[in-house]
Design a protein around this ligand. Structure first.
Ligand code: ADP
Ligand code: MG
Length: 589
């Protein structure tokens, strides 16, 4: 008895601050969101001491009169919602009414603001949650919030701050995020007295990205054709196929202007880039989703970063489709000149091919049975071209490509009007083979090889179930599987390309894959998996020396592939070097 107390306002604010105000960057995020909610067209951001010494945001938004300015410092005071019902349709960034009092409770805080209708401005000073002074201030319409000595009265929180470099990179990320979410808003960002970004109002995301990260990076992006379905609008930019980074620093997702993280969006993106990414590489993605606010719950976490969708799978599919079609378009654009000018030179590019049993593919995999010489591997970059150099020595005209020859046994060198293309011969073969197998499997035209002795074995209940659920697809892909009672299966045939693998292992692996991908394996996915595995098994095959006739055929076949840039594991097949890039490297620019 007598042990329970209601916390004082200041303590309650400090507790809430623990959730909203984790580090300087979270303060900055809250301040910027308030300015945007107030309709700012221009934002001025200044930070010092990695945000611990000073964070200042000045906006030209609606501002507040004195009464509102004082109200804003109270807990749960907000102008943005008034009933719980409003929560389901919030359009503003803020709505919880806790940011300002929380921040003011852990810093030396100053609010200077003036509403357009007020005769003058108001300045309020708060120190560690206590209102110290309120006075008149001469200031322009809009609001300035200044946060100094963040966490001066919360040593525990201060201790958890990371290095200045880390905190600064969080601050930069917040600024970038806001800049990308609101391209039309002008921004100036200064850090330790130096301008980092000065951004003019931009007409759209593409311009803003270039202003923020440079024109060169902007040129690597491809715009999504804006699309709308089921009340969901998607637009944005993705990096061209093959252009990736080692981190996710250029992945931004916005829902109704709010930067979010959501597993459905990530899943859609992953599906769209399936096969195109090496492990550990990430595309640049700037995705803007707009939907009825009723469709999304932003009140999952105080920082409002995570959101929940009412129809998550709809969002996932829409993201996948939008990104997939942009990538297809980007590919087509990149390949158009290659395809038209190479088709005539390099042979057949017809995509209508019959299913091909593995034996017929062998010449593809090893054009000549001469293993790559060990020494050639080690001195690859300096080895002389193994192929006959092209005779015509004039450089390629607009839109034309010329096969120059082989570089060691591994690469082919092509010249186009825009620069050089380096092609990895083995990766190209894997891509060609993979797509043929995949197509063959998808059409059910795969040769089956009967086992000398049917294999009968038991699988675990889970694996058995997974195989049985897919038995139709398996059997149309060259498997001969029968249900044999209980948890037993009988296998009479395996697809030709699997060679003499142990049928039980093959099916266990398959079941594992089905289970880990969460349910029934669609036929196309099954075909893709099988083909990837088959090709991976053959990846170690050495390739023969370069031979011009083969090389031309290889390029022709590669260009008729769906995804000619990358092998089935996402490694690049072709690298492009523009003349501009080369000139710059040679100091000619
Ligand atoms: P919330 O944003 O969740 O409403 P805050 O504590 O962040 O809560 O802000 C409280 C209120 O103060 C807001 O609802 C808004 O009315 C007012 N406010 C805060 N910052 C600004 C600003 N930069 N310009 C105008 N009004 C502001
Ligand atoms: Mg707010």
């Amino acid at each position: 008895m007598g042990k329970i107390r209601v916390l004082s306002e200041v303590v309650a604010s400090q507790v809430a601050a623990g959730e909203v105000v984790e580090r300087p960057a979270s303060v900055l995020k809250e301040l910027l969101e308030n300015s945007l909610d107030a309709g700012a067209a221009s934002l001025e951001v200044e930070v010092r001491g990695a945000g611990s010494a000073l964070l200042r945001v000045t906006d030209d938004g609606g501002g507040m009169d004195r009464e509102d300015a004082l109200m804003a410092l109270e807990r749960h005071a907000t102008s943005k919602i008034s009933t719980a019902d409003d929560l389901s349709s919030v359009q503003t960034m803020g709505f919880r009414g806790e940011a300002l009092p929380s921040i003011a409770s852990v810093s030396e805080f100053l609010l200077r603001t003036r509403a357009g209708s007020s005769p003058g401005g108001t300045e309020a000073v708060v120190r560690g949650g206590k209102l110290v002074a309120v006075r008149d201030a001469g200031c322009a319409n809009g609001t300035t919030v200044e946060v100094k000595s963040l966490f001066f009265n919360v040593p525990a929180r201060r201790k958890f701050l990371r290095s200045a470099a880390t905190e600064t990179s969080h601050l930069d990320h917040v600024v970038e995020t806001v800049a990308l979410a609101f391209p039309a808003v002008a921004m100036h960002y200064a850090r330790e007295g130096r301008t980092v970004h000065r951004l003019a109002p931009a007409s759209g995301a593409a311009v803003r990205v270039s202003d923020l990260y440079g024109a060169e990076e902007g040129a690597q992006l491809f715009a999504l054709a804006p699309r709308e379905s089921g009340g969901l609008r998607i637009s944005g930019l993705v990096s061209r196929p093959g252009v990736t980074r080692a981190d996710r620093a250029r992945q931004f997702f916005f829902v109704n202007g709010r930067a979010v993280e959501n597993s459905f969006i990530s899943a859609g993106l992953r599906e769209a880039y399936r096969q195109m990414l090496e492990p550990g590489r990430y595309p640049s993605v700037f995705l803007y989703l707009e939907m009825d606010p009723q469709e999304v719950d932003c009140n999952v976490h105080p920082a409002k970063r995570e959101v929940r969708f009412r129809r998550g799978s709809l969002v996932r599919d829409a993201v996948r489709d939008a990104v997939e079609s942009a990538l297809r378009e980007a590919r087509a654009e990149w390949l158009r000149p290659l395809r038209t000018h190479m088709a005539t030179t390099f042979g057949p590019t017809s995509t209508a091919r019959p299913a091909i049993p593995s034996a017929a593919l062998q010449p593809e995999l090893a054009p000549a049975a001469v293993p790559e010489a060990r020494t050639a591997r080690m001195v690859a970059p300096t080895a002389p071209p193994a192929a006959t150099p092209a005779t015509a020595s004039s450089s390629a005209g607009a839109g034309e490509f010329r096969l120059i020859g082989g570089l060691s046994a591994r690469y082919l060198l092509l010249e186009g009007s825009e620069g050089l293309v380096l092609l990895d011969r083995r990766a190209a073969r894997l891509r060609i083979l993979f797509e043929r197998l995949q197509r063959g499997l998808g059409e059910g035209g795969v040769a089956a090889q009967r086992l000398l002795m049917p294999a009968v074995f038991e699988l675990s209940a889970r694996s058995h179930e997974a195989v049985v659920a897919n038995i139709g697809a398996l059997n149309s892909c060259g498997f001969g599987v029968e249900i044999f009672g209980g948890r037993s299966l009988k296998v009479e045939a395996l697809p030709d390309f699997l060679g003499s693998r142990d049928p039980q292992r093959v099916l266990e692996d398959f079941a594992e894959r089905v289970l880990s991908s969460g349910g029934t394996h669609a036929r196309a996915a099954l075909a893709e998996d099988a083909a990837r595995r088959a090709v991976a098994g053959l990846a170690a095959e050495p390739s023969g020396p370069s031979d011009e006739r083969h090389d031309r055929a290889l390029v022709g076949q590669l260009l008729s592939c769906e995804l000619p840039y990358c092998d089935p594991e996402g490694r690049p097949v072709m690298l492009q070097f523009s003349w501009r890039e080369l000139d710059r490297k040679f100091g000619r620019a």
